[in-house]
Write a protein that binds this ligand. Structure first.
Ligand SMILES: [Zn+2]
Length: 140
């Protein structure tokens, strides 16, 4: 069964998405909605949206997503600070030359291929540092 869920930020038609729901489960919930109107649900979609929102709040989805955030950038010294909400840390990433090759080095993980480095490489501002220095982008 297709259930239409409204995105949190808008009530306009274009801001809806469809999800599939097990038919048996959907029938059971619809029956419940009819039998127990005192809970305030009028449609299956309304029920599902409420359930999804509660679960999202349990998981702190609105607070924790997106996981990575570009915090700041010291262009001159090639230091990129990434906020990682999963671990509640800031990872400092350095654009440096090691063994003759330009790399991004994560101080937090002591790695040139961790998730922070991968995220940093996706940022235009970081790619620009490499362009300005005339360095090739590292393969991660
Ligand atoms: Zn890292």
């Amino acid at each position: 069964m297709k259930v239409i869920i409204a995105h949190r930020w808008s009530m306009s038609e274009s801001k809806y998405t469809k999800v599939n729901l097990n038919k048996e489960l959907a029938d059971k919930i619809e029956q419940f909605i009819r039998d127990y109107p005192e809970h305030g649900y009028r449609t299956l979609g309304q029920f599902v949206e409420d359930a999804v929102r509660r679960r999202a709040e349990d998981l702190r989805i609105f607070e924790l997503s997106p996981r990575f955030e570009h915090f700041n950038l010291d262009k001159e010294n090639g230091i990129i600070r990434i906020r990682d909400k999963k671990y509640g840390i800031y990872a400092d990433i350095y654009a440096i030359i090691r063994n003759g090759k330009p790399i991004l080095w994560c101080e937090h993980d002591h790695s040139s291929s961790c998730e922070h480095v991968k995220y940093a490489l996706s940022l235009d501002k970081v790619r620009e540092i490499f362009r300005c220095k005339g360095w090739e982008l590292p393969d991660v």
